[in-house]
Design a protein around this ligand. Structure first.
Ligand SMILES: C[S@@+](CC[C@H](N)C(=O)[O-])C[C@H]1O[C@@H](n2cnc3c(N)ncnc32)[C@H](O)[C@@H]1O
Length: 299
């Protein structure tokens, strides 16, 4: 197994206070999904394109560059049984959340919070209306890699961008408010590729915080995954990359986002990933998915 072929080569079981940079543990998942976005976005009919994904993956160097340049043909991101499906998943979710943010901007929302932002470059990539402020929350070293890469490439954000280095299991609302976030303004929250790396209790805390910081008219878009069935988890554990990833996630039953927010007076809808891929006019690479995408609004 090459170094590149594993997610989080140094991964071990998660603990409440664990931390990471872009090359280790949960941090390396940001690079992994960026690589999937870069590869999946190359198809002529790709439903979304994120040119920044390739910028970040090349900046990571080493075998990540070999992957992009076709020198690691057996990489997990290229296998028919996992990689092609995962690329499709990443590009489809990019499109879903891009459309969500376009709609939020069209509705007049000018405050955006991206939780577990990783290598999300939407502050640089989307045509934000004047006056839009984007807050990006992630671990300090992940944001540091991102900042240095973008600065070296001479890129400037389109929205006003604020980095908020935090641990999302701790008191991040205070750090967010200290960075200039205004809870009196309607906000578009984004929770993409994050929840499985939080325990169910930490997820509930995160949702509670979103509710308490959201004025009417705010909305949240969420990617969530049903727990892996025991058989699928056992299969994943049989190869190195899958085993490393399974050790990074909290594969426990947890609150379903649409029900959770609806119970607190928000209204929303969810779509299964495979149905959404069909809706985009593509054939899903997998018949079924554990992933669904949710948009919920506070009336
Ligand atoms: C799979 S990546 C997704 C990144 C980005 N949202 C995307 O879709 O490209 C997960 C991100 O969540 C961040 N993350 C996970 N748990 C976190 C925590 N407790 N505190 C801060 N960031 C966290 C990781 O550092 C990583 O950047």
């Amino acid at each position: 197994m090459t170094e590149l072929a594993t997610i989080g080569t140094l991964a071990s079981m998660r603990t409440d206070g664990d931390s990471w940079d872009i090359n280790a543990s949960v941090g390396s998942t940001a690079l992994f999904v960026a690589a999937a976005r870069a590869l999946g976005g190359r198809a002529a009919d790709a439903p979304a394109e994120d040119p920044f994904a390739e910028l970040f993956v090349r900046a990571a160097g080493g075998e990540w560059v070999d992957l992009l340049d076709g020198r690691v043909p057996d990489h997990p991101l290229l296998t028919p049984e996992f990689g092609i499906q995962f690329q499709q998943h990443q590009v489809a979710r990019t499109r879903y959340f891009d459309d969500y943010l376009h709609a939020a901007a069209a509705a007049g929302i000018r405050q955006v919070v991206i939780l577990g932002a990783g290598l999300d470059a939407r502050a640089y990539r989307l045509p934000w209306p004047d006056g839009t402020v984007v807050y990006e929350l992630d671990r300090p070293q992940v944001l540091e890699f991102k900042r240095e890469t973008l600065a070296q490439a001479g890129r400037r954000p389109i929205a006003e961008r604020h980095e908020v280095p935090v641990d999302l299991r701790e008191d991040w609302p205070k750090a967010l408010c200290d960075s200039g976030f205004d809870p009196a303004l309607p906000t578009a929250w984004l929770v993409e590729g994050l929840l499985i790396y939080l325990s169910p209790a930490a997820q509930d805390q995160l949702f509670d915080a979103i509710v308490s910081l959201s004025t009417p008219g705010s909305r949240v878009a969420i990617e969530q995954m049903d727990p892996l069935p025991a058989e699928a988890a056992a299969t994943a554990e049989q190869d190195d990359a899958g085993a490393d990833w399974v050790r990074l996630i909290y594969n426990d039953p947890r609150g379903e986002a649409t029900e959770w927010f609806t119970a607190r007076g928000w209204t929303g809808e969810r779509v299964d990933l495979t149905d959404y891929i069909r809706h985009l006019g593509h054939t899903p690479a997998a018949e079924q998915s554990l992933i669904n995408l949710v948009t919920i609004v506070r009336p």
